[in-house]
Ligand binder design. Structure first.
Ligand SMILES: NC(=O)c1ccc[n+]([C@@H]2O[C@H](COP(=O)([O-])OP(=O)(O)OC[C@H]3O[C@@H](n4cnc5c(N)ncnc54)[C@H](OP(=O)(O)O)[C@@H]3O)[C@@H](O)[C@H]2O)c1
Length: 283
């Protein structure tokens, strides 16, 4: 296998390629989204991860169309909000996202943001995605924050005839929330695993395990975390509104963590920093 580079991609079951690092824009205020997304594209990112819930889809599309980078080289993701988990509401949300992306013609990936809406709502929202994909305005589809029971419910529905393929599963994943069970389920089916909050929202930078590896490799704790994610085969989605960090988070292809380094980051701890619908027993 060729060594990983910033230009590397993974192939999804839809047949399309997805760049191995994405630029996240959760909590990026709309008024700075265009500027930081253009900075990211100038730095070489080719994958932007937004969501209707982030209220900055139009600004992402604007940045992509103004960047001067050919549209075909950029991968753009958005998500159907948890508040829109039914056939009708998901359809509405998808149409609105497509309208916001009019200047970039199509959306590479649309995910169901979280397994809300009860069984009927979840399956209805999936049907809306499958229909939208047929129009060509959406290329690939997938889910985020689905627990294994939600994934199995969806798999049964897909196999019952509604169709569609889960190209991507997006989850909070880092050494303090490795989600080995869900990752194994997804990998068995060749679903690309995206890692959100890969920097643990900057809450663990002083952990000794990270500090030690940062010193050993002459890298920052953030770069060690991103390398951990990539070497596990995930697609990390680091977020930053800071120019120097936007660059720093790409400089992760000139070093490698050894097996011993990777083992030193096995914490056995389950401590998500974001929400956790995958394990919410009410859903
Ligand atoms: N599907 C979902 O439910 C879901 C949930 C959460 C996130 N996501 C996606 O995943 C992306 C990333 O997750 P996240 O935003 O929760 O957290 P994250 O990427 O783990 O952390 C972002 C935080 O780390 C800081 N940071 C960035 N680079 C750094 C560096 N090199 N050194 C030190 N601090 C650094 C950022 O600060 P500055 O910005 O101030 O530089 C920000 O405070 C989101 O933007 C979104 O696209 C998806």
């Amino acid at each position: 296998m060729a060594p990983l580079s910033f230009q590397s991609t993974q192939k999804m079951v839809s047949g399309y390629e997805i760049p191995v690092v994405g630029f996240g824009v959760y909590q990026t205020p709309p008024e700075v989204t265009e500027k930081v997304t253009i900075k990211a594209l100038e730095t070489g990112y080719r994958h932007i991860d937004s969501a209707k819930y982030y209220a900055n889809e139009a600004q992402c599309a604007e940045a992509i169309s103004k960047s001067g980078v050919p549209r075909s080289q950029i991968f753009y993701t958005t998500k159907v909000p948890a508040s829109h988990m039914s056939y009708e509401k998901a359809k509405e949300a998808i149409e609105a996202s497509i309208a916001d992306a009019a200047s970039i013609d199509y959306i590479d990936l649309v995910l169901l943001h979280a397994p809300f809406g009860g069984k009927e709502g979840r399956l209805g929202a999936w049907r809306a995605l499958v229909e939208a994909q047929k129009t060509g305005k959406i290329r690939s589809i997938g889910v985020s924050n689905y627990g294994i029971h939600h994934l199995e419910e969806l798999e049964a529905y897909i196999n019952s005839g509604v169709g569609g393929q889960i190209s991507v599963g997006q989850y909070e994943i880092h050494p303090w929330c490795a989600r080995e069970d869900i990752v194994a389920w997804l990998k068995k089916r060749n679903v690309v695993v995206e890692a959100y909050s890969p920097l643990v929202q900057a809450t663990r930078m002083n952990e000794s395990s990270l500090q030690n590896l940062a010193k050993k490799h002459n890298k920052t704790p953030a770069q060690v975390l991103l390398r951990w994610s990539l070497q596990n085969g995930h697609v990390p989605l680091p977020k930053s509104v800071t120019d120097s960090r936007i660059v720093e988070n790409t400089q992760v292809f000139d070093f490698e963590l050894s097996q011993q380094d990777m083992d030193s980051l096995k914490t056995g701890v389950y401590a998500p920093v974001c929400w956790d619908p995958a394990r919410d027993s009410h859903l």
